[in-house]
Design a protein around this ligand. Structure first.
Ligand code: AMP
Ligand code: MG
Length: 353
């Protein structure tokens, strides 16, 4: 893949480059763009296969939730549930700190893809201050999900050169702008119906400013360890950012658990699903639902709807089966994006029941 370089240093060059970048986003591609914190790697927040490609390009071995970037406050209604929209703290913090380096986490509308939320009920949203970022989002006419535009485990990129060093040939385009001016990620605040608010990640807005703002609204507690001022936190790794299925999931490689009489089946591809069905039948287990993550092994297609499929299987078993029912999953083959899917299934299986 050739990564297009789209100059956006000046108003004239941006005027030419933004429509091209927006067209790439609309057609399901990936565009890296400058924000005031770090460069983001953006995709249409409502296009599941495009979201899967973000993780593939980054080489991320896990699915972390993605921050969704909007250009106008009105776009919040496409992401947050009615309940969160009515939370007075949302308007308060947005008035004070948007546009800027603050991410608000609230209850998600059901339309928000599972991959954006890493399977959680919540979504993180930010309205960046950077003009190029906002112009891109407006032109694309969709909220843009974007983690930092670096390869997994590397430093966050504060210049277009960093982005190209990591991602040249792996993404469709990069908007070449100035270096970012803040250089640390956004502060992440959870307003998910609980009081006080919780700081999930330290970032561009100091905790003291958030405490001051929320003093008359239940305050805020730091859920994240404090970093030394000015040092970016490398791994947010928030314990709460991991989806765990309600129905226990069992990973089986070649056999079938003898004590499972009711189940739903999940397999990487059609052939493995057929094999798994045979094993379930031989074990005398009732199969209530079955899913192949893709027809042939296609990690992008599989990742795109992984969380939705897990939720569906969970819903079927909760409705129709005994509490002893299990989701029986065949492991996903390791390698590239497949490793992130495999990791997610292992974590789901490891969830203490
Ligand atoms: P990055 O990938 O560098 O943009 O960082 C994104 C981080 O934002 C995640 O790893 C989380 O720490 C945080 N975040 C985004 N969305 C959520 C959410 N729904 N719930 C909790 N944390 C979130
Ligand atoms: Mg990052």
């Amino acid at each position: 893949m050739i990564t297009e370089r789209l100059p956006a240093h000046t108003p004239d060059s941006a005027a030419e480059s933004i429509p091209r970048a927006a067209a790439i986003i609309r057609s399901g591609g990936l565009v890296a763009f400058p924000t005031e914190t770090v460069y983001g790697l953006g995709a249409n927040a409502f296009d599941a296969p495009a979201l899967a490609r973000i993780f593939e390009a980054k080489g991320r071995p896990t699915f972390d939730p993605l921050i969704v970037h909007i250009a106008d406050r009105d776009d919040l209604a496409r992401l947050f549930s009615e309940v969160t929209l009515a939370d007075p703290r949302v308007a308060l913090l947005a008035d004070l700190f948007w546009p800027g380096p603050l991410t608000l986490v609230g209850a998600a509308r059901t339309e928000v893809p599972g991959l954006v939320r890493a399977g959680l009920e919540t979504v993180g949203v930010r309205l960046p201050r950077h003009e190029t970022a906002r112009a891109l989002i407006r032109a694309a006419q969709t909220p843009i999900a974007a983690p930092s535009a670096n390869r997994f485990g590397r430093l966050s990129p504060t210049s277009a050169e960093h982005v190209l060093e990591h991602l040249d040939g792996r993404i469709d385009a990069v908007l070449l702008g100035e270096s970012t001016d803040i250089g640390v990620e956004s502060s992440v605040v959870a307003l998910d119906g609980r009081w006080p608010a919780r700081l999930l990640r330290h970032g561009g807005i100091p905790l003291e400013d958030l405490e001051h703002a929320l003093a008359d609204h239940g305050g805020i507690v730091a859920a994240a360890p404090t970093a030394r001022p000015g040092t970016p936190l490398q791994a947010p790794g928030m314990t709460e950012s991991h989806y765990a299925p309600v129905v226990p999931l069992v990973l089986v490689a070649a056999d079938f658990p003898p004590d499972v009489s009711e189940c739903a089946l999940l397999a990487p591809d059609r052939a493995t699903l057929t094999d798994l069905e045979g094993r379930a039948a031989a074990a005398g287990a009732t199969v209530h639902a079955r899913v192949a993550l893709s027809e042939a092994l296609d990690p992008v297609a599989a990742a795109a709807h992984l969380f939705e499929r897990l939720h569906e299987l969970e819903a079927v078993l909760t409705r129709r089966a005994a509490p002893t029912a299990r989701i029986i999953a065949a492991p996903y083959p390791e390698g590239g994006l497949g490793s992130a899917i495999a990791d997610r299934l292992r974590r789901a299986a490891a969830t203490p029941q």
